[in-house]
Every structure is written in C-alpha cells, then in structure tokens.
Design a protein around this ligand. Structure first.
Ligand code: FAD
Length: 439
C-alpha cells in the first residue's frame, strides 16, 4: 500500500460519487466507470421498462433505475445528505421534506459539480470484467465496453491497483415464488418495471409486499384500479379491508395461482385477478466480478465474506464494496465506508490480519443466525448503530446524537404512526429535535 493508488470505481450513483470524492481527497488517482451517459444511478428516472417484466431473462436489456414516475423519497431529506454536504432546499427546487425524485438527482449533480467529480468519470463505459491479473497479484484488470454503433462494442482492458464496487443493488429483481406462478395467465411484473398506473385502470391487481414501493404503488393504484389486493408475508396478516379505501384489501401470502386466473391466498381468500405486481425487493448482482469463488452472492442474497460489509478479507484492501442495503441513512453510511476505504488504501488506517477479519465475519454470521435475523450480509437493520459508531471511531468523527437514534425501526415507527400520508403529515422538525436530544 502506498500513499497514492490507481483506483477504479464502478458506478456513478451516490456510492460511486462519494467514493470518488473520498479517494480523491486522500490523493488517489481515481477513474469512475459509469455505463450510463449521466450520473445519478437509481435517481436517473428512466421511462423505459425491460422486455421481461419479471426480470427472469438473463439476456434482457437491463434498465438500471427502478423509480416510478411519481416517486417521492421515503426518508426525510434531513437524513439523506452527506456529513459535510447536506441535502438542503435550494432556490427553484422542490422544498418539501420528502421531495420528488428529481430533487435528489439535482442534489447528486450539485454534489458532483461541487467536488469536481465529473472529470473523473468515463461515461458510457460499462464494466464487463473485474479480475485479478493472477492469484499472486494485487493488480486488477478492469475491462469495459463502449458502444460504437447500434450493434458493435469496443472492449478495452486496463490495470488498476484497487477496485471499489458501487454498481447499486436495486436493479436485479427478486420475485416471489408460489405454485402456479409460471402458468398464471395474467400480467406479472416486478415493481422495478412499474412506472405509472394507467395500464391498471379498472383492473384487479394483486400487489406482493409491504415495503415502501408496495405502499406507494397501492396508494397510486387504488384510485384507478377496480380492486387492489395486497399479499403480505408474516404472522398476523389475514384477509382484511384496508381502512380509508373502498377497493383495497390485505391478505396473507399467495398460496397458489391457477390457469383460470384465480389467486389463492394462505388465508384461503380467493381473487380472480388481472395482474400481479411483485414489490419484493432486489438481489445483489455483480455480473462482471470474477474472484474464483472468493466473493459470492448466496441464494439468501448474502454477499460475502466481507469484513465490515466492505472488504473481502483475502482480497483486502484491493477490492472493496461501498453502498450497503442499509435501512437508515444510506448516504452517510456510504460516505463513512468510502472514507475508510480511502484511508486504508493510503496506509493511514490499518486493517486487522486476514484471519482476524475472517473471524469477525464468521462471528457476525453466528450472531445473525442466533438471533434469527434476515440473512443478507449488508442488512444492517439490527446492528446499524453499532456499525456506524465503529466507523465514526475509526475515522475520529464525533457522531451527532441523531445517529444513535435514527434506525430502520425509528423510521418505520414514525411512518406507521402517520399512515400512508406520512410524507406530508410527519412533523419532521419535532422528530429531528427529539432525535437530536441527548436522552
Ligand atoms: P445506484 O444509484 O444504483 O448507482 C449505481 C450506478 O452504477 C448506476 O449509475 C449504474 O449505471 C452504474 N453501473 C452498474 N453496473 C455498472 C457496470 N457494469 N459498469 C459501469 N457502471 C455500472 N434511498 C434513500 O436514501 N431515500 C429514498 O427515499 C430511497 N428511495 C428509493 C426508492 C426506490 C424505488 C429505490 C429502488 C431505491 C431507493 N433508495 C432510497 C435507495 C437508493 O438506491 C440509494 O439511495 C442510492 O441511490 C444507491 O446508490 P448506489 O450508488 O449504491 O446505486
């Protein structure tokens, strides 16, 4: 490890940009590969949808962003910014605490311009291979392709000392499994491909899931669809009419679907539906990464092994991952991870020995198993506070009080308290004050 490394960052979304900034601040030579022709990643709304609406065909042309047209952020802007670059209201912008997605893109563009990051980015460069030159080497081949004509691509391979992977984790759909799914005759799509409600006018729609996308899409569909039925996993979800809606019901999960259009739920209710929308989340996907099995995404969507969700112990610090599936304040976590990676690469911070890092990963797996927590490595719902506290200590940052209080659960609690109009009903100033108080 030297003072300055030649580093490739893959992706020009929030994670890639904040990584580029931290690496540049630390004196590294940074190249960001971005397959699109603009920055923003998820926040670059794309009205196109994929040809395979469930995302099962591995050869489909992938549309990166999963945003629907009406999307407003589901976290208050006060916790969506960076430590030294908050997501503040700007003249001419969307002043709401929960602004529309266009405002997030503006924030990202301002951030990139402000820190001179655009010059570091190679737009239109899709990374197709990241691989070590050989097993004993710390050098990485980063192969990217650029489109020359409609049907021809140019491939280019370059060497880097380190690679930071920031390709996002909300593009590759995870879909629900139930008997009869593949022969059910209606329209099925993943929320990744949902943009606007028009096509569901007067239709009977089943929505699977109870996360932010399912809640938003239900709210948007109910006024236009004939009926909306929400299938929810977990105990206690049974057939029930939804309050404040004439045409929406809640059910347990789908038990099976039939060729005659019937959808049968575990609670024994039955609906003959026109469409099923899977609002069931995403899979980690690194199609370009070749590590001979050192880093894997297993069938529970766990990426590993990763020390502190960032470094694979045997490839550290030359390969790292920034951009977790973090249900709290994601930008700050990405910033902390990126700062740590930059400082480890410059030799200012040290990593433990490989065996110790591996032990820490295994210990974390044991802890998750013991507590019955969900599997994905980057699921920080249950240990988020400890996690950001650890980074703050490593980096010598004094965390604000709200860091200790704003968790996945505190956000969920506030959202459920204010119902599905939470974005406008929630008193953010009061909530932030409570969160910032020392007790
Ligand atoms: P992305 O934004 O996905 O960026 C990844 C980038 O990598 C993209 O630009 C992509 O083009 C590029 N890329 C991918 N593969 C390659 C390749 N092979 N070569 C080159 N470039 C590549 N977060 C919040 O904080 N608040 C919210 O309200 C919120 N709402 C959300 C709503 C929806 C519907 C979704 C899907 C996500 C939401 N999120 C929200 C989470 C959001 O994903 C994160 O905030 C953040 O945008 C993730 O940033 P990222 O850089 O990790 O990934």
């Amino acid at each position: 490890m030297g003072d300055s490394c030649k580093v490739a960052v893959i992706g020009g979304g929030i994670a890639g940009l904040v990584s580029a900034r931290e690496l540049q601040r630390e004196g590294h030579q940074v190249t960001v590969f971005e397959k699109a022709d603009k920055i923003g990643g998820t926040w670059l709304y794309d009205s196109r949808v994929e040809t395979d609406l469930l995302g099962l065909d591995p050869n489909r042309e992938v549309v990166h962003s999963s945003l629907y047209k009406s999307l407003r952020v589901n976290l208050p802007r006060q916790i969506m910014g960076f430590l030294d670059y908050p997501f503040v209201k700007k003249q001419g912008g969307d002043p709401r605490h929960f602004p529309g997605h266009q405002e997030v893109l503006r924030f990202i563009e301002d951030f990139a311009r402000n820190f001179g990051l655009l010059e570091l980015i190679r737009f239109g460069h899709e990374v197709v291979r990241v691989e070590r030159v050989d097993v004993a080497s710390h050098e990485w081949i980063v192969e990217s392709r650029t489109q020359e004509t409609e049907s021809s691509w140019e491939l280019k391979a370059e060497l880097f000392e380190a690679v930071v992977i920031c390709n996002g984790n909300t593009t590759e759909p995870r879909i629900a499994a139930f008997p009869g799914r593949d022969t059910w005759p209606g329209l099925q799509m993943h929320s990744h491909n949902y943009r606007t409600p028009e096509q569901f006018k007067n239709k009977i729609v089943v929505l699977i899931g109870n996360g932010p996308s399912a809640i938003d899409i239900l709210k948007e569909l109910a006024p236009v669809a004939k009926q909306v039925h929400q299938a929810i996993r977990g105990t206690g979800f049974q057939l029930k009419k939804l309050e404040n809606r004439d045409n929406a019901w809640q059910h347990s999960t789908i038990a099976c679907a039939h060729k005659d259009g019937r959808v049968v739920f575990q609670d024994e209710s039955i609906v003959v539906a026109d469409a099923i929308i899977h609002c069931t989340g995403y899979k980690f996907h690194f199609p370009f990464l070749r590590t001979n099995g050192i880093v894997n995404v297993d069938d529970t969507n766990r990426v590993g092994p990763l020390y502190k969700h960032v470094f694979p112990p045997s490839l550290a610090p030359w390969l790292s991952f920034v951009g977790p599936n973090y249900e709290g304040a994601p930008a700050v976590v990405m910033e902390l991870q990126a700062r740590w990676v930059a400082k480890v690469l410059s030799g200012k911070l040290e990593l433990p020995r490989q065996e110790e890092m591996m032990y820490s990963v295994e210990e974390q797996y044991r802890e998750m198993e013991k507590n019955g927590w969900p599997k994905p490595t980057l699921n920080l719902q249950h240990s988020g506070l400890e996690y950001i506290g650890w980074f703050a200590a490593q980096l010598g940052i004094r965390p604000p009080n709200w860091w200790k209080k704003i968790t996945f659960w505190s956000i969920l609690k506030a959202r459920s308290h204010y119902g599905d109009d939470y974005r406008d009903a929630w008193d953010i100033h009061k909530w932030m004050q409570e969160m910032d108080s020392p007790n």
